[in-house]
Design a protein around this ligand. Structure first.
Ligand SMILES: [Zn+2]
Length: 232
């Protein structure tokens, strides 16, 4: 039985390594996925800027059309001035021309304001693009690193699984079943007896339990934490 317990202890070391490997293999792609969020957000922000710029330019275009129409109107008024008979009519057209000039200049200001807003948005988009390139570069290295680590850990995991399969062939089914039940609940499935105490849960063991561990004729488990006890 001492040999079997030794093998179970070895098996448990492998299983604990496997647990750590599994956790790392789960964690690393998750962490990478979190980092992949940053370029996504940056791309969204860039797209929003682009949409804003398009809208501003379209508004500026329509105002420019109005300005052109305004210039045409001014020309028409100017030609009317040549054919007018009375000074009253002349003054009326002059006033309309003044008003038209005012609207035209207002429209020009509006168009310029829209274009300078578009320019600000363009600068923001350029800055975001630079940031995106930097983030993509860092991420490319990170992806490479994670791929390599995952491959290494997977290979390690497979090696351990092979050793585990070999080792468990030598453990009788009854003892293996007890071990398998404990390892699922506890992870650490074996515990040394240390001066009459269980080294895992630190409970004082009843003397007969301690004796059974020393005799090692069968598997003895800790009455408190259920781990397989091995002699000190
Ligand atoms: Zn215990």
């Amino acid at each position: 039985m001492k040999e079997i317990i030794k093998k179970l202890h070895k098996l448990n070391e492998l299983d604990i390594d496997l647990q750590t490997l599994r956790k790392d293999l789960e964690r690393m792609p998750k962490e990478l996925a979190e980092k992949e969020e940053e370029p996504k957000l940056l791309k969204e922000q860039i797209e929003r800027r682009k949409a804003d710029i398009l809208k501003l330019k379209m508004e500026a275009d329509s105002i420019e059309l109005e300005m052109k129409a305004g210039m045409e109107a001014l020309k028409r008024y100017a030609s009317q001035l040549n054919v007018l008979r009375t000074s009253k009519e002349f003054e009326a057209v002059k006033r309309q021309m003044e008003a038209q000039r005012g609207w035209n200049s207002e429209n020009e200001d509006k168009a310029l304001a829209l274009l300078s807003q578009a320019e600000v948005k363009q600068k923001e988009a350029d800055g975001l693009n630079t940031k995106l390139e930097e983030v993509e570069q860092v991420l490319a290295l990170e992806r490479e690193r994670v791929d390599k680590d995952v491959a290494d850990l997977t290979k390690k995991q497979n090696d351990i699984l092979t050793r585990r399969a070999e080792l468990s062939k030598d453990v009788p089914g009854k003892e293996l079943a007890i071990y398998d039940r404990i390892v699922v609940n506890r992870g650490q499935a074996t515990a040394k007896v240390n001066k009459g105490f269980c080294s895992a849960c630190h409970m004082k063991l009843p003397p007969q339990v301690h004796n059974m561990v020393l005799l090692a004729k069968e598997l003895v488990t800790c009455p408190s934490c259920d781990r397989i006890l091995t002699a000190e």
